[in-house]
Design a protein around this ligand. Structure first.
Ligand code: HXC
Length: 523
């Protein structure tokens, strides 16, 4: 039995330990100190911890390695060893679902990556892979910790290796919320989606100064690698948002569409939208003139639960639309030609954009809805010389290898090779529907007549008759339906019900490709 004196003494020691622990925690939470935190806020940026607080559900964050310190002794670094070493790591939940997270702290050595900083990131990546939960990385860093030299480079490579191993196992999302330069860009580049913050984030392999020295080009950081550049020109990033708060809010919304890993299904969300909803306006979506464009986004919104569409790469290769919707509360990946831009033609950029998306959906068991109105591949030397053959093949390959449920709806044109590419029956489409307005043919009527009746070119009356004949014969979905390439011709207003029922019927789909180490997609 303890005497009263011993018990009080023990309590005091416990109190001291608790106080000591709290003081140490408080020190770690202060990061690089108030001045640097104020500087971060002055730039319109949140701190690493504020970002995690907003990203994760209240009180769900469990931190790892708060007391980790770097071991560097060069450049007087032994006298400056802040707890946490410039990155906050751990796990928590988003809408109750587990997420691993790291958030670089720009207030500590500019968020630069040291050996120990890298180890902290690797630890949570390893745990995410083992426990099969997504990883969200918040990047705000001056790159390799200059004082650590090759140890820092080694740290990056360790992170890169884990990005590769995690790819296709758990979703990896990168938020770029400050600098991300040099080789550091390659970690986010290997993740599934990159969201950037406008005006306060940038990504480039070599910065404006190096560019100026090497190529004499004068360019600002924003122009070289800001959010607008990467979401409109390079397509390195998938979405750009106004500020940290909007980016984090959208990330939370986005995560609701994704499964935790490649073995589990996406979450099922409550929806308040009748699955039998008849959408009369769709009967007149297709204009009378086959060359008049219309907005395919209208169809996506009218099909989806509650009109909710999370569009990805909205401002790049606008001739194709990609993103997530829900049908009966379940996530569906959508790929759709957009007749408003380049008449919905496939080209290099749109093929690459859609191919990567199809592969993501397939890797994570997300069914794919393909909406087709495509007059073919974009012609021209620009396309041919830049490899439209190889890049177009990416989309063909991606659809061909995908084993997830695939439902396709042809609304209007499905011409030539592009008909085959866009999740046709021949690429193992499960349900291939067409509207009565569909035109499934080798090419458009004018082009076909020019080739078939070359000698009659000088007789416009005859040509018009030939065009009318061709249209009558081929500009419809019935010939494809006769062969069973189209499973049914559906009334536009019923599309939501028919498509949702198709996906429902495919919930038990079990299709496997032949064993291989991996495929050799034309990269
Ligand atoms: C150590 C760094 C650092 C780094 C910034 N800091 N970058 N410390 N290593 N790489 C420190 C600064 O010394 C400063 O410390 C604090 O972070 C904030 O930096 P500032 O320059 O005051 O901030 P700002 O004006 O906003 O400029 C941010 C910046 C700039 C543009 C990122 O710091 C910068 O250019 N840093 C170097 C970037 C770089 O070249 N990194 C290496 C890239 S190569 P104090 O104590 O004053 O607050 C690379 C290779 C990776 O990363 C290879 C992987 C294979």
């Amino acid at each position: 039995m303890y005497s009263k004196v011993t018990w009080i003494g023990g309590l005091k020691i416990l109190e001291d330990i608790k106080r000591n622990l709290e003081e140490r925690r408080e020190l770690a939470r202060r990061g690089g100190g108030e001045k640097r935190i104020a500087a971060q806020h002055a730039k319109g940026k949140l701190t690493a911890r504020e970002r995690i607080d907003l990203l994760l559900d209240d009180d769900s964050f469990e931190e790892f390695d708060m007391f980790v310190k770097h071991r560097s002794t060069e450049f007087g670094m032994q006298n400056d060893r802040p707890s946490g070493d410039g990155v906050v790591t751990g796990w928590g939940t988003i809408h109750g679902r587990q997420i691993y997270v790291f958030s670089q702290d720009f207030t500590v050595f500019g968020g630069s990556l040291s050996e120990t900083h890298a180890k902290k990131i690797c630890k949570i990546m390893d745990m995410a892979i083992r426990n099969k939960a997504p990883i969200i990385g918040i990047n705000d860093s001056g790159g390799a910790r200059i004082q650590e030299g090759v140890a820092s480079l080694a740290g990056y490579a360790e992170v890169f290796q884990r990005n590769v191993l995690a790819s296709g196992v758990v979703p990896q999302i990168s938020l770029i919320m400050g600098p991300c330069a040099g080789g550091a860009v390659y970690s986010p580049a290997m993740t599934d989606f990159i969201f950037m913050v406008k005006d306060t984030s940038y990504m480039f392999v070599t910065g404006p100064e190096v560019v100026k020295t090497v190529t004499n080009e004068i360019v600002s950081a924003e122009e070289l690698g800001g959010a607008t550049t990467h979401t409109t020109k390079s397509s390195v990033a998938d979405c750009a948002y106004e500020n940290d708060m909007v980016t984090i809010a959208e990330t939370r919304r986005f995560m609701n569409f994704l499964p935790a890993n490649n073995r589990s299904k996406s979450p099922i969300f409550p929806f308040h939208d009748d699955i039998n909803r008849v959408e009369i306006s769709l009967d007149t979506l297709i204009p009378d003139n086959p060359n008049t464009p219309y907005d395919m986004k209208e169809l996506i919104l009218k099909l989806s639960d509650d009109g909710d569409f999370f569009e990805i790469q909205e401002n790049f290769a606008k001739n194709i639309l990609i993103g997530f919707i829900r049908l009966e509360g379940r996530t569906i990946g959508v790929v759709a030609n957009q007749p408003l831009v380049l008449a919905g033609c496939l080209d290099i950029d749109s093929s690459k954009k859609a191919a990567r998306f199809v592969r993501f959906c397939d890797a994570f068991e997300i069914p794919i809805l393909t909406l087709v109105d495509v007059p073919g591949f974009l012609p021209g030397t620009g396309q041919e010389h830049n490899g439209v053959i190889k890049h177009g093949a990416k989309l063909l390959f991606a659809y061909g290898e995908a084993t997830v449920p695939k439902v396709t709806l042809i609304t209007r044109k499905a011409y030539g090779g592009a008909y085959d590419v866009m999740a046709s029956k021949h690429l193992r489409g499960d349900f291939n529907y067409a509207w009565p307005t569909a035109e499934i043919a080798v090419m458009g009527s004018k082009g076909a007549v020019e080739i078939l009746y070359k000698s009659d070119q000088n007789d416009p009356k005859k040509t018009l008759k030939q065009i009318a004949e061709y249209e009558e014969k081929f500009a419809n979905p019935f010939i494809a339906a006769e062969r069973g390439f189209i499973d049914d011709i559906i009334v536009p207003r019923n599309s939501r019900r028919r498509i949702a029922r198709a996906f429902t019927s495919l919930r038990g789909k079990d299709l496997k490709n032949p064993w291989k180490k991996h495929d050799n997609i034309p990269l």
